[in-house]
Design a protein around this ligand. Sequence first.
Ligand code: HEM
Ligand code: HEM
Length: 223
Amino acid sequence: MAGSTRILVWDGALRLFHWSAVLLVAAMWWTAENGIMDWHRRMGMILFGLLTFRIVWGLIGPQTARFGSWRIGPAAILGYIRNLRSGTHTPSFGHNPMGTLSVIAILAALFAQVGTGLFAVDVDGLESGPLATLVSFETGRLAAEIHETSFNILLALIVLHFAAIVTYLVFFKDNLVRPMVTGRRAASDFGEGAISDAKLSWLRLAIAVAAAFAAMWGVANAG
Ligand code: HEM
Ligand code: HEM
């Protein structure tokens, strides 16, 4: 029966990326807050690997993960807002045009956070990121200052992210969390002809994982 068919929207690797990032960002905040900087650096390196994976996955992963398939042109966004306002909201297969903007912002903030952390040095030069030896103390301090500011920006974006998810649930009766957990949604949600290609390709997965490890290895050996 077509109505009960559930199709794959988010592949397993993307879901693992998402929930690992959630846990790691919380852990990064907690370790920084409590001065457990050796774990802050270790987990920061894992987050750096995860983000590298996400970028490669955005180039070679399944359709919903691929940056090239994201629609963020003014026409797509305005059309989407018009639909929301007229109460004809239909779920998007993958990120909706407005959600895509917030996803880009969160990914960029995560990059800024991890990128500056790699070069950051604290005031007395005791704690530093793995690449801090490559830059002057002043540059390391600047990185640390941006690291602090970008953390606030990241927090604001996460609050917005959460608020948007709750809004969809309450006002549009659209549960976005379940697909991010199980990967699947009812095919009937998308109307006729929705086909999923969100299945994992093991070769592509191996390439993205190898790229992540290569990037982590590069950083670990460059400092
Ligand atoms: C999402 C990822 C991250 C989050 C949320 C985060 C968060 C924080 C926070 C809240 C601080 C304290 C800032 C302050 O009040 O001075 C901090 C400091 C620091 N972080 Fe991160 N961080 C992240 C990633 C990283 C990474 C990847 C590294 C390096 C591998 C790193 C290295 C450092 C260092 C060296 C400091 C000390 C700088 C200072 O005390 O001024 N961080 N981080
Ligand atoms: C540290 C906190 C979080 C961060 C950094 C974060 C980051 C992200 C990112 C980067 C994406 C885009 C996925 C991709 O294409 O790569 C995303 C999507 C998503 N996140 Fe989060 N997230 C966080 C917390 C949460 C929480 C707590 C929930 C659930 C309650 C959640 C639910 C979702 C859902 C449902 C989507 C898919 C939205 C859609 O259907 O377009 N996130 N998140």
